[in-house]
Design a protein around this ligand. Sequence first.
Ligand code: BGC
Ligand code: MG
Length: 554
Amino acid sequence: MIEDLWYKNAVIYCLSVDSFMDSNGDGVGDFEGLERRLDYLQGLGVTAIWLMPFQPSPGRDNGYDVSDHYGVDPRYGTLGDFVAFTHAAKQRGLKVLIDLVVNHTSDQHPWFRSARSSPDSPYRDWYVWSKTKPPHAHEGMVFPGVQTTTWTYDREAKAYYFHRFYEFQPDLNTANPMVQAEILKIMGFWIQLGVSGFRMDAVPFVIARKGPDVSGEPEEQFGLLRLFREFLQWRQGDAIILAEANVLPKQDLDYFGDDADRMHMMFNFQVNQHLFYALASGDDRPLVKALKKTRCRPASAQWALFLRNHDELDLGRLTEAQRQTVFSAFGPDPGMQLYDRGIRRRLAPMLGGDRRRLELAYSLMFTLPGTPVLRYGDEIGMGDDLALPERECARTPMQWSDEPQGGFTRHPTPANLPISGGPYGYEHVNAAEQRHDPQSLLNWIERIIRMRKEVPEIGWGDFSVLDAGAPGVLAIRYDWRNNAVLCLHNLKAEPQEVAFATGLDGDGRHLIDLLTGERSLADGNDRHTVLLEGYGYRWYRVGGLDYLLKRSPI
Ligand code: BGC
Ligand code: MG
């Protein structure tokens, strides 16, 4: 496999332009502000940035209600600012991925306005209509508790339209070849402006059969994924699609494609949910199962691993008992929970701000099979504002310093206020302060990213789970090109002594602790014994003293 596949070992950082950095003092983050913070991101060590939607939008779903797929919302800047930004990112070796939201549009999109205005509109068939209310109109809502239906009557159109998400997000009729052609055109447009790929929003719904007669689980039309992939690869060989598809492991190959001809990457929701269960319960067995179930993928495909994202922590794939365990550990109040399935808090408050647990969680994210995706603000341990509705609580502005508004804006009263006061307020939690403190979470994250980059085995290698002889201790070994790496994580609060064999002879008797540089040798029975602190973790390279030379060239 060629080493050019940059996404196999990338470190992705996701952010929303509007809450990152405001350069012009209007209280809204913008591309110029983001550009000024590129050196911060480069210093942190991330290699790719994923931007959430920044296109013109009424902003009723944080930009996921796009009203023009070919523009930049004027609050964030101009297309010129966007290109200046992608160029500046490129100069620093940073790739840019952007959200591609094509399951639906805003109801203010000119296509929908035209479609609803007349049955003869050329855009009528770009959306999904029904003269009468479909029998399954009360099924399949993505936001239960907030959204009451998936079909809404439009007076102007004199018909019902389908919307998998909120009623102001009419679904595009993606079976229509004209809509498909437009999606390709949108991809081609942004590729031309310097992006390296897309995080494709809501993929199972994009490719689902849609219509008044459809009910139940989405019936995916997988041929569409191949169409997207082929087009993209033809336009730009190293561009990728990262799919948001919260599906069951048995479907993974449908999305990746047996011949690696569909999605390059997918978020691993299965591992994400079981990882939180492991953190909540100290039991790593369901996580190990999830890792094994999602092992199978084409050699060039990759998982994206994350802890928290901009949505709720969806626990819908856990058993009822597991879900309740996570709820009671990390989101016991109903106000912390959302849509009957998840937790809407940020990572640091969920883990009680406990540095040991935060390090454990990140160390796991950085060493499980896949490419890590960090969320802005999590590198400094930002908190949430539960007074804000739904998912807004975890989308407050980046906290840069202890200056007014956390240094995010000069505006005295921005609509999106940084968290102020309390243990997570910008007065205490901010990038400027952590930058000067060698022990800060920010500096720790920077070190762990550096380390992750020096361990390509994780992105490329095969993994095996070793028996560490202690419940709640996860031991994973990666093998790639005659190199082996071993990671240990103690999910329990108590210290545990673990004894294990690396399973490798000769050189395999040596371990080098990648975080401290300490070396150790196996005993006469080829076993290593390690005392792990509560929530402790270790990353080892397995091999002799010449380990640095051991990574053989291609
Ligand atoms: C995004 C959400 C958004 C939804 C509708 C999701 O998959 O992650 O934030 O509300 O798509 O576009
Ligand atoms: Mg601004």
